[in-house]
Design a protein around this ligand. Structure first.
Ligand SMILES: C[S@@+](CC[C@H](N)C(=O)[O-])C[C@H]1O[C@@H](n2cnc3c(N)ncnc32)[C@H](O)[C@@H]1O
Length: 308
């Protein structure tokens, strides 16, 4: 399945594209947002795409062949400063982050993200590095598993599920999404009719395996460092943990640090680096009807100030 870009017009508006400047799409995916940015750029504009998923990068390579204004780099966006350094780019005029997973990642069973399509239990956005979900599930102890399920999934039966996982793996290694989905479902004492019983646990394991919240925290700091004065940062998040993190990070960067009022702040801390632009934006009913994934999307926008 292809990926339908979420809040496309809203994100594009937020970026206030200037025709001949350089932009950064930190989450290229299948390039929906990137294509729209390129359509707004002029002949001398440039767009850099990043993605940690090699299959997204392959799509980006095709786009770069067709459009010389575009380049793609295989990297996590926490390392966006290193990527820009390699390209000899200092600051950019606008940065987009469309967080989370793409539809192909969820839909292709072999990626192991979904309890709905059986596949190998992987869940890495970048299968070329780090530990897969199956490897983690095989080695983590009950306490660590319960902590991840609670902290990243707000799963109220985290301990019970963790115990069930550890008991099950003692007899058979847990290697597929269907196996794990069943163990989690069987361990749930209460069934929520509106949600698959493994939804929270799968989200939690995915966030943990990909270090997603740390990525967002580091990515936002790096993005703020590399925005031109007056440049825009647009961030789309898809669940409450992620959105809370984005909201707090942008809010903190748009306020003066609290200190002793009698002590003057050092010059580099005397002004906030960001200014918040408008309120959080959500998808309208038409978009949600056309693309149910948009239901939970929240777009937050900030502008870089002249602070160092
Ligand atoms: C929601 S999709 C983006 C879809 C894209 N805007 C489009 O229109 O096709 C998120 C993409 O970001 C990538 N991604 C998520 N976290 C990342 C990170 N920390 N660094 C780099 N890429 C990341 C995922 O691999 C995925 O391809």
């Amino acid at each position: 399945m292809n990926h339908i870009p979420v809040l496309l017009h809203e994100a594009l508006n937020a970026l206030c594209i200037k025709q001949d400047r350089v932009y950064l799409d930190c989450t290229f995916g299948r390039g929906g947002h990137s294509q729209a940015i390129l359509a707004s750029l002029g002949e001398f504009g440039r767009l850099i795409g990043l993605d940690r998923d090699p299959s997204a990068v392959s799509v980006g390579i095709e786009l770069a062949r067709e459009d010389p204004r575009f380049q793609i780099i295989h990297t996590a966006f926490s390392r966006l400063e290193a990527a820009l350094n390699v390209l000899g780019i200092g600051r950019v005029e606008g940065i987009l982050m469309d967080l989370g997973v793409s539809s192909p990642q969820l839909d292709e069973a072999y990626r192991g993200f979904s309890f709905q399509a059986d596949g190998p239990l992987d869940m890495r956005m970048d299968p070329t590095s780090g530990e897969s979900a199956a490897q983690w599930i095989a080695r983590a102890d009950t306490k660590e598993i319960a902590h991840v399920l609670w902290f990243f999934g707000e799963e109220r039966f985290s301990r019970r599920i963790a115990r069930a996982i550890v008991e099950a793996r003692a007899t058979t290694p847990i290697q597929t999404t269907a196996q794990l989905g069943k163990i989690i479902s069987d361990a749930q004492p209460v069934i929520d009719r509106n949600k698959h019983p493994a939804t929270r646990a799968f989200q939690a394991i995915r966030l943990h395996i990909n270090g997603e919240l740390t990525e967002v925290e580091q990515g936002l700091t790096a993005a703020t460092n590399r925005l031109e004065i007056g440049g825009r940062l647009a961030v789309i998040s898809f669940h409450s943990l992620e959105d809370r993190l984005v909201k707090l990070a942008l809010r903190d960067a748009s306020r003066l640090p609290r200190g002793d009022p009698r002590m003057p702040l050092p010059e580099n801390l005397a002004k906030p680096k960001l200014r918040l632009v408008g309120k959080a934006i959500k998808a309208g009913p038409d978009e949600v009807q056309m693309n149910p994934r948009a239901r939970s999307a929240v777009l937050r926008v900030a502008e870089r100030t002249e602070a160092a």
